[in-house]
Design a protein around this ligand. Structure first.
Ligand SMILES: Nc1ncnc2c1ncn2[C@@H]1O[C@H](COP(=O)(O)OP(=O)(O)O)[C@@H](O)[C@H]1O
Ligand SMILES: O=c1ccn([C@H]2C[C@H](O)[C@@H](COP(=O)(O)O)O2)c(=O)[nH]1
Length: 267
């Protein structure tokens, strides 16, 4: 349900972000403005589809996906001061400290024992972010409940580090959540990097828990991402995918984000 105040607020933000609502926007795609506001009065026989309805009610949801240390947080930082856009970073701090416990660290030390613990908590915190109301027309999230399951849970399971019963319980939770809650996404921005690039960036970032990550782990995550988002042969893809070559240095990435702002923001 959209409350009138919220709709007014969105209109205001939109006009600040991209000018008057009658202007042409859209980059060849259906205009977000057109799909966000004028259809408010549509009746019973509306031709509005589920995607349009979602945008109208929840705004546009963009998930930035990619391997560990591929540059997702840096991408969110770049867009964070865009008017009309709110960023939601991955809650890694929570995964490192839940009531004094560090499930992320425990998982890297002993994935067989703690994989379920970490991924249960990741699933909960991602669900929280997906369902958090945003007053901005665009919500930009770092990863999603989908990659938590299709990449990280699958990797644990396929590499023999998660017991069948743990995998079954997580899968039951995941399937119940996605059929019961509206977690729709409008665009996935996939930052495609080589595992070697990520390995180098991960070493430079120096997150304590991740010291034990070998290059092979990044290869496994990379290939799951490629199968899911590029080849699209493994699991359902919840939204159109925009692939960005993210191997370039920070300066080049910023230039690319600036030049492709409209397509990245699904405008
Ligand atoms: N394009 C880039 N070139 C070089 N270093 C980068 C680039 N993007 C990010 N970094 C650095 O790599 C590390 C990981 O980046 P980050 O944005 O935290 O990745 P992620 O959120 O995907 O884990 C950080 O130290 C960051 O400053
Ligand atoms: O479902 C998940 C999501 C993330 N992780 C791990 C991978 C990294 O060590 C951290 C944070 O990821 P970044 O790519 O640096 O943002 O969390 C996981 O194990 N399971």
């Amino acid at each position: 349900m959209s409350c009138p105040a919220l709709v007014w607020c969105r209109r205001k933000l939109w006009s600040k972000l991209i000018g008057p609502t009658s202007g042409a926007v859209g980059c060849g795609k259906k205009s977000l403005i057109a799909s966000t506001f004028p259809i408010m009065q549509r009746g019973l026989f509306s031709t509005e589809n589920a995607g349009d309805q979602n945008k109208r009610e929840k705004g546009t949801v963009i998930c930035v996906e990619g391997n560990i240390a591929s540059g997702k947080t840096s991408c969110l930082d770049f867009f964070s001061n865009t008017v009309g856009l709110e960023v939601f970073k991955e809650p890694v701090d929570k995964w490192r400290n839940v009531r004094g416990h560090n499930p992320l660290g425990l998982m890297y030390q002993d994935p067989n024992r703690w994989g379920l613990t970490l991924q249960t908590y990741v699933q909960l915190t991602m669900l929280d972010i997906h369902t958090k109301p945003s007053i901005s027309p665009i919500k930009m999230m770092e990863r999603s409940i989908y990659s938590a399951k299709y990449i990280f849970v699958e990797n644990l399971y396929q590499s023999g580090k998660m017991a069948d019963v743990d995998y079954a319980v997580l899968t039951e939770w995941f399937e119940w959540i996605i059929k019961s809650v509206n977690l729709s996404v409008d665009l996935i921005v996939y930052l495609k990097t080589s595992p070697e690039t990520c390995y180098q960036r991960l070493k430079n970032r120096c997150r304590e828990e991740e010291r034990v990550i070998p290059l092979e782990y990044l290869y496994a995550i990379h290939s799951l991402y490629e199968e899911w988002l590029v080849k699209q042969t493994s699991y359902p893809v919840p939204a159109p995918v925009l692939v960005i070559d993210a191997n370039k240095d920070l300066e080049e990435m910023s230039r690319h984000y600036e030049e492709n702002r409209r397509s990245i923001l699904s405008l």
